[in-house]
Design a protein around this ligand. Sequence first.
Ligand code: GRG
Length: 295
Amino acid sequence: MDIKAYLKDKQTLVDTFFRELYSKQHHPPVLQEAMLYSLFAGGKRIRPILALASYETCGGDPRDIVPYASTLELIHTYSLIHDDLPAMDNDDLRRGKPTSHKVYGEAIAILAGDALLTEAFSILSDPSLSSKVSVSRLMEALREIALASGIDGMVAGQVQDMLSEDEEPDGDTLQFIHSHKTGTLLRASVRIGPILYGGSKAALDALTVYGSSIGLAFQVIDDILDIEGDTEEMGKTAGSDEKINKMTYPRFYGLQKSRDIAQNLIAEAKAALSVFSSEADPLREIADYLLTRRN
Ligand code: GRG
């Protein structure tokens, strides 16, 4: 299969949904402008694409869940805006552009993040957006995404990440940071496919293993890219982890072992898909793509 064309096609579905969602001007305009600035800054849309692909793997038509899948991008974008703030990673560059607070100031950047997060749950609580998803499945997906984002998910990982700066790295803390800061939202992205479709327990279990493995691998690869990557190619400042002495896989395991860990996690993710046949090919290709990505 042509994975590049597949990714492009799914990105277009998500982008079209956002353009329609924000076709009307909300008041005050600067809030919507700041939200759209970050939303259309060139993100890969990997989280909604994973949700669409796992729904397709279960037998559904991905077009039926575009609004719900897109909420993952709203939450992800909020997290990046807040992560870049001076109080957190203090980054000037994201997705190749000045960060939100550099353009709009800290207050509007914080509020644009808040509004993006809230928008996600407004969409996830609207059953009229798909005739193919029952209210009970939608509620389950909403809860999955809420749990992945908050006190036991992404925000917990972010807090541990901050607390661990300048600390001596250890394997358990590292795994906690990476699997929470980045892994839980990616795992939820994959899991909402079978949840929204009403897939079998076997499908949900297999996709949970796939989601957990690629979720952790994603952040390990991000750590490697922060060292080996190029600022222009990545669209964010290379070497920023080292600058603030972050607890990363390369810092604890070294570069080569970190590459091996990422490779093994991707192999584990693909092995979990053995319960499916060709319908899971997009998920197999996405796993390989994550390993070779340069941004
Ligand atoms: C609640 C104030 C407050 C802040 C929360 C939770 C949080 C801040 C930040 C989340 C942690 C975070 C930013 C993790 C990094 C995840 C990561 C690897 C991001 C890069 O994702 P890609 O490569 O980015 O998918 P694109 O640009 O393609 O969308």
